[in-house]
Every structure is written in C-alpha cells, then in structure tokens.
Write a protein that binds this ligand. Structure first.
Ligand code: HEC
Length: 156
C-alpha cells in the first residue's frame, strides 16, 4: 500500500513535469512561430515617407483611378469605345497634372513607374479608339499591370 502510494506520487510528479515541459515548449514554439509570422507579415515594400497631407492627396487620387477603371469597364460592356477612350486619356493618361504629381514624391523609381503607368493609359486610350474589344481588354490589362506592380513595390 505504502509502496504503491510512493510509486503513484513519483508518477504524478513526473506527469506534472512532463506537462510543464510540454507547456514551456509550446510557449517557446509559439514565440518562435509568432516571430516568424511577424517577419513574413512585415510590409517589405518601400515607404514613400509621405506627409499626412500628401497621404490623403495620394489616396484620393488613387480612388479616382479605380473609379476611372470601373467606368472604362462599364463603357466597354456597352461598346462605348470613344467614351471609354476619353476617360482613359483624361483621367488616367499623362496629363501635365499627373506628370507634376508623379514628380512630387522624391523617389526616382516611383516616378518612373508612375509615368510609365500614365503612358500606358494613353496607349489604352488610343487602343480603345479602334473599337477592338480584345485589343482593348489587353491594353486595359497592361495598364492594370502597372497598378499591381507599383502597389507591390511601394507603400505610403
Ligand atoms: C506609381 C505607383 C502607383 C500606381 C501606378 C498606382 N498606384 Fe494605387 N497606390 C499607390 C500607393 C503607394 C498606394 C498606397 C498603398 C499603401 O500605402 O499601402 C496606393 C493606393 C491605392 C488605393 C487605396 C486608396 C485608399 O483610399 O485607400 C487604390 C484603390 C489604388 N491605389 C488604386 C490604383 C489603381 C486602380 C491603379 C491603376 C489604374 C493604381 N492605383 C496605380 C501607388 C500606385
């Protein structure tokens, strides 16, 4: 009886320490996991270091870009190629205003990407004029590649 109590006690404390080890181990595992997650979650994109005012300005400009793309798609669906072309040139193309804006960011790669984007929108505008749906969609796809590429590279 006495002996079995001792054995039981030993087994119990062994059980507790195994449980404690497992818990510690789990905690360490979680920490390592957390750190890993932090690393992969970290935003690796280049920051443009914008002032709060420039941030608002840029985001508003971006929202008008997405709106322009939305209008172009709607017009394409109704075969309104000329109207879509005007939106591409006037709202996404390389207007003097857009050129000025791209130059404001003080980052050469960003400026180049921005200018290439606006140029591709002018090419889109020219393609839309042809009234060819397939070519137009390809051109829109190319322009949107610029959106995707810049967003993958830069953040505010
Ligand atoms: C030359 C770079 C560049 C190009 C080209 C570009 N963007 Fe952006 N855009 C940005 C940056 C930088 C941000 C801020 C992202 C961040 O900080 O996470 C942004 C943010 C946005 C946002 C978020 C707006 C908000 O209010 O939160 C939208 C929508 C957007 N862009 C749409 C577009 C679309 C659509 C196009 C193409 C037709 C486009 N952008 C082309 C750089 C670009």
């Amino acid at each position: 009886m006495k002996r079995s109590m001792i054995v039981f006690g030993v087994l119990c404390s062994a059980g507790i320490s195994v449980a404690a080890y497992a818990k510690d181990h789990e905690a360490m595992g979680n920490m390592a996991h957390h750190q890993m997650m932090q690393d992969t979650n970290a935003d690796q994109r280049i920051s443009l270091q914008l002032t709060p005012q420039m941030k608002q300005h840029q985001l508003a400009n971006m929202r008008s870009h997405v709106e322009a793309v939305q209008s172009i798609i709607g017009m394409l669906a109704e075969n309104k190629f000329n109207e879509a072309s005007a939106v591409a040139h006037n709202q996404l193309g390389l207007t003097p205003e857009m050129r000025k804006m791209c130059n404001m960011f003080g980052n050469d790669d960003f400026r180049k990407m921005g200018l290439a984007f606006h140029q591709s929108a002018d090419e889109l505008g020219d393609t839309l004029k042809t009234g060819d749906m397939s070519l137009s969609l390809k051109a829109l796809h190319r322009t949107m590649n610029s959106c995707v590429q810049c967003h993958a590279t830069f953040r505010q």
